[in-house]
Design a protein around this ligand. Structure first.
Ligand SMILES: NC(=O)c1ccc[n+]([C@@H]2O[C@H](COP(=O)([O-])OP(=O)(O)OC[C@H]3O[C@@H](n4cnc5c(N)ncnc54)[C@H](OP(=O)(O)O)[C@@H]3O)[C@@H](O)[C@H]2O)c1
Length: 345
C-alpha cells in the first residue's frame, strides 16, 4: 500500500489563464502550486497521482470558449484536462483501489480527482509501463485501430490513404491497414518522417506534403481512386482526397488539426455532390465510442508491437514545467511520435 499524500503535499498545476488566440502561448497558462485535494471524495471518485501526460491536439479545442455542445470547454482558472497515466492514491469507487496503475482522462496536475465512470479510466496490465499506457498502448493507438477497422471498414486489397501518417494515431491506422492486407499511402511532413513510414512502418508510398503537390501525387498514386481515407488533418488535404475517392469509398474523419488554432469552425469539403454520386461515406468518430472493446484491441496491439509487426515511437519530454511548451510541438510538426511529458522523474 502506497503512503497517502498529506494535505501539505504540493500539487503542481497548469491552469487556463486566458483563452488562446491562435497557437497557445505561455501567458495563456498559469502555473500554480496548490495543495493536495482537500475536499472529501464523493462516492465514485478516486484521486490519481499522474506520472505521464499525453499531449493531445484536441486539448486546444477545449481551450476555446463554450458553445460547441459536443465537446467540453475548459473554464478560465480550471486545470487543463488531458489524458494521463498514474497511480490511484485514494478511492471511493468499488472497482479501483489505492496502488492501481491506471490510464485516464485526467488534468495537468500532480493529483487529480477523477470520476472513472466518466473518464475512460482503466487499470493497466502488469506488462504495460506508464509511458506505454499513453503511448503505443494509449488512446491514440486505439483511435487508429478502431478508426481504420470499424469506421474505415477496411478490406484486404483496399487502396488506403492516411494523413498525419507519421503521427501517433495516423501511424497506427496506417500499419493496421497494412496488417489487414491493404495498399497504404501516407501523407507526412518532411523527409525524416517519410523515411520512417517507408522503412520502419512498411508503407507502400509516401507523400511529403511540405515539398510535393498533394493533388498531383494523389492522382499519380491512386489512378483508380482511394477506397479508404483516414484523415487527421482536414482542410485542403481532405478536399484533395474527396476529389480522388473511388466509388463507395469511406472517409474516416479522425481529426482536423489544420484548423485547431483558427478560433473558427473548420470548413468542410466543397463538392458534396461527389459524395452523393460516388456513394461515398464520410463519418466522424471518437475513440471513446469503442471504449467497451478496448481490452480486445489492446491485446492485438500488444501482440503486434511485441512481435515487431507494429512500429511505434514515443517523443518523451521531461518535467512538469515542460507541458505547455511540449504541447505546441503538435502544431509545428516537431514531435516525432506520440508526444508525452513524463513527470515520474
Ligand atoms: N477522433 C478521436 O477520437 C481522436 C483521438 C485522438 C486523436 N485524434 C486526432 O488525430 C489527429 C492526430 O493526433 P495525434 O495525437 O496522433 O497527433 P500527432 O499526429 O502525433 O501529431 C500531430 C501532427 O499533425 C501534423 N500537423 C500539425 N499541424 C498540421 C497542419 N496544419 N497540416 C498538416 N499536418 C499538420 C504534424 O505532422 P507533420 O509533421 O506530418 O505535419 C504533427 O506532428 C488530430 O487531429 C487529433 O485531434 C482524434
Amino acid at each position: 500500500m502506497m503512503p497517502r499524500p498529506q494535505m501539505t503535499t504540493i500539487n503542481r498545476q497548469w491552469r487556463l489563464a486566458r483563452r488562446p488566440s491562435g497557437i497557445a502561448k505561455r501567458e495563456d497558462f498559469e502555473y500554480v502550486e496548490a495543495s493536495y485535494p482537500t475536499t472529501p471524495l464523493q462516492d465514485g471518485e478516486v484521486v490519481v497521482n499522474n506520472y505521464a501526460f499525453l499531449c493531445a491536439p484536441t486539448i486546444r479545442n477545449w481551450m476555446d470558449p463554450p458553445g460547441n455542445s459536443l465537446y467540453p470547454s475548459i473554464n478560465l482558472g480550471q486545470v487543463i484536462m488531458g489524458p494521463a497515466s498514474g497511480v490511484v492514491v485514494e478511492s471511493r469507487h468499488p472497482d479501483f483501489s489505492p496502488g492501481d496503475r491506471v490510464a485516464t482522462i485526467s488534468s495537468w496536475q500532480d493529483y487529480a480527482v477523477i470520476r472513472p465512470d466518466q473518464s475512460m479510466t482503466r487499470v493497466l496490465p502488469d506488462d504495460h509501463g506508464f509511458i506505454e499506457a499513453v503511448g503505443v498502448f494509449g488512446l491514440n493507438s486505439l483511435t487508429g485501430y478502431f478508426g481504420i477497422r470499424e469506421v474505415g471498414a477496411i478490406q484486404s486489397g483496399d487502396r488506403v490513404l492516411v494523413s498525419g501518417a507519421a503521427g501517433s494515431a495516423g501511424s497506427v491506422a496506417a500499419q493496421v491497414a497494412k496488417l489487414g492486407g491493404c495498399n497504404v499511402v501516407g501523407i507526412a511532413g518532411g523527409p525524416e518522417k517519410c523515411r520512417w513510414l517507408l522503412e520502419d512502418c512498411g508503407l507502400d508510398a509516401i507523400i511529403d506534403y511540405k515539398s510535393e503537390d498533394i493533388r498531383t501525387r494523389i492522382s499519380e498514386l491512386f489512378p483508380d481512386g482511394i477506397n479508404v481515407f483516414f484523415d487527421n488533418v482536414g482542410g485542403e488535404i481532405l478536399q484533395a482526397a474527396v476529389d480522388n475517392m473511388a466509388e463507395f469509398g469511406r472517409i474516416v474523419l479522425c481529426g482536423q488539426i489544420t484548423g485547431y488554432n483558427d478560433n473558427a469552425a473548420p470548413e468542410g469539403p466543397r463538392n458534396m455532390m461527389r459524395l452523393i454520386y460516388g456513394g461515398i461515406r464520410m463519418q466522424g468518430f471518437l475513440v471513446g465510442h469503442f471504449a467497451d472493446r478496448f481490452d480486445n484491441a489492446l491485446r492485438d496491439l500488444t501482440e503486434w508491437e511485441r512481435s515487431g509487426r507494429l512500429a511505434h515511437r514515443e517523443d518523451v519530454r521531461s518535467g512538469f514545467a515542460a507541458i505547455p511548451g511540449a504541447f505546441n510541438s503538435l502544431f509545428d510538426g516537431s514531435n516525432t511520435g506520440t508526444l508525452i511529458v513524463n513527470i515520474d522523474a
